[in-house]
Write a protein that binds this ligand. Sequence first.
Ligand code: WTA
Length: 648
Amino acid sequence: MENKIFYPNKEISKNALIKNMCEYQDLMDEAKEDYEGFWDRFAKEKIDWFEPYTKVLDESNAPFYKWFIDGKLNVTYQCLDRHLNKRKNKAAIIWEGELGEKRVLTYLDLYYEVNKTANLLKNQFGIKKGDRVVIYMPMIPEAAIAMLACARIGAIHSVVFGGFSAEALRDRIIDAEAKLIITADGAFRRGKPYLLKPVVDEALKEGCECVEKVLVVERNQEEINYEEGRDYLYNELIKTESKYCEPEIMDSEDPLFLLYTSGSTGKPKGVQHSQAGYILWAQMTMEWVFDLKENDTYWCTADIGWITGHTYIVYGPLAAGATTIMYEGVPVYPDAGRWWRMIEEHKVNQFYTAPTAIRLLHKAGEKEPLKYDLSSLRVLGTVGEPINPDAWMWYYETIGGGKCPIVDTWWQTETGGHMISPLPGATPIKPGSATFPLPGIMAEIIDTKGNPTPKGEKGYLCITKPWPSMIRTIWNAPERFKKSYFSTCTKDGKPVYFSGDGAMYDEDGYIFITGRVDDVINVSGHRIGTAEIESVIGHHPNVAEVAVVGKPHEIKGESIFAYIVLKGEDTKAEEMQMVQEINEMLVKDIGAIAKCDEIKFVPGLPKTRSGKIMRRILRAIAKGEEIKQDTSTLEDPTIVQKIQSCML
Ligand code: WTA
């Protein structure tokens, strides 16, 4: 099945920006022959500069690359002001609440709301260029407005996913030294209200002296606590603000936002993105990969708290002048037909979601989509994890009616935008393959010395040339930035960006992503470092040792599997109690996404004589696989069998 090829739909090709593989190749060749010239052409064509740049790329301080040197712009000008001529009455954001409420903001409405909010931040709270603002919000238009308002005045936003706990939120507030938190009272999930403001209150109890004010958007009118002098109601303050705020003149390389993501070691890292390079690639990929047309209605189901929500709900669609749908709730409320009903109702043309959601909806309601008219769909997308051919085929046949190309987009928080993806009008697609690098992106599968990996063999997925929307640094941790991304692989003797993913070329040169090669697991498309989970579990007083691995899971992609060695003897009753306590700790310290799916209590962990835990063995045991590896070099060669007997 993996090798079945689906050719582009001729109707799409005819009107696509990139119509066939020859045009794709021409663009690739153009980039290879004159890399800076290629980017110069698009930067000039796409961006409304306040002042032109003087140089395309500065590599003098690699890997701290700089793009579009001395250029001046404002990202909100690119996303809003410049559309007012042609699109002021076009829907920018169509929002649907979980309970079915609808709001439409035209480009003009959104422009006013962003300007007013920008004025509020500037005038009433004294937020200035470079200040950090944490946004902890549900999926409501004000989340996008808050992000853009920060960008308008040059403040750096750090959106924290609404599912993170108070402790996780606190860590991110402190690391970024945020001055202001923008949040909401709460929102609706699975038909019930849930609260966000109390989580902020809890987070601010310790160590957050940097925070001066909290701005609360009213969404679900639940009773919440207001702290005099610190907490302010957005809905009141916004009333008096004026509709125009001069856009701050930003340098190409000024930070636009931070977004925290998990790595294989230590605490989450604040991935720092730039202004010009980021918005350029957000817009270009939006246009190329989704085959965007003026009257399209585009829907990405991600949460604003992840990079997909940043680039493909807010910045990319708005820079491209698109209509973007924002949905507040879960896919299965009130039933597993919710999303398909929304596609019918809004006549959605591009639909972009995660494989985990596709698997869930496939399982929860295979026949649901048949009740709805999905014929408006033209392009389907996936992101976040490899998609299994079964789920791919259901998506292709049942959702897309066999006529919509699936763009399986590989990228990361760090890459800012799509890196490897089919082009809907050009690329023949194969289920499970992200296909080829996008024009201008030098993605290669290599060994640590930069040699290309032979077809059919796994290698390291690297990007061997800097690209405009790349991560600039890790906030407050430039050395960690170098070590995390530029210390594993080199090409021609120069360090190159290593993604942390393994990948493989098939016999036709198609790229198949095989998953993380580091200790990061991907649960329902969310990146979680095993080290983060281990560090929480390790704090339990009865835990002597812990190792966490990912285990393949039918819906989530991967599930969290923990091996725990207890201090002293244990009983079955104690173990059950501990499972509960450990999961409570994980929910408290990280959030519900970090709960363990399985916890096994074992007498020891497989270690080398130098004390290194052999995770490969633990992964194999979790999967129930036979251990093929030589275990005689382990510190205790009998441990494997002992652990296996605990699995029964
Ligand atoms: C994984 C999400 C296979 C990968 C945009 C990557 C994928 C991590 C795909 C980044 C895909 C993302 N096929 N795997 N199409 N897209 N991944 O930072 O392991 O939340 O490194 O960004 O998701 O996750 P992040």
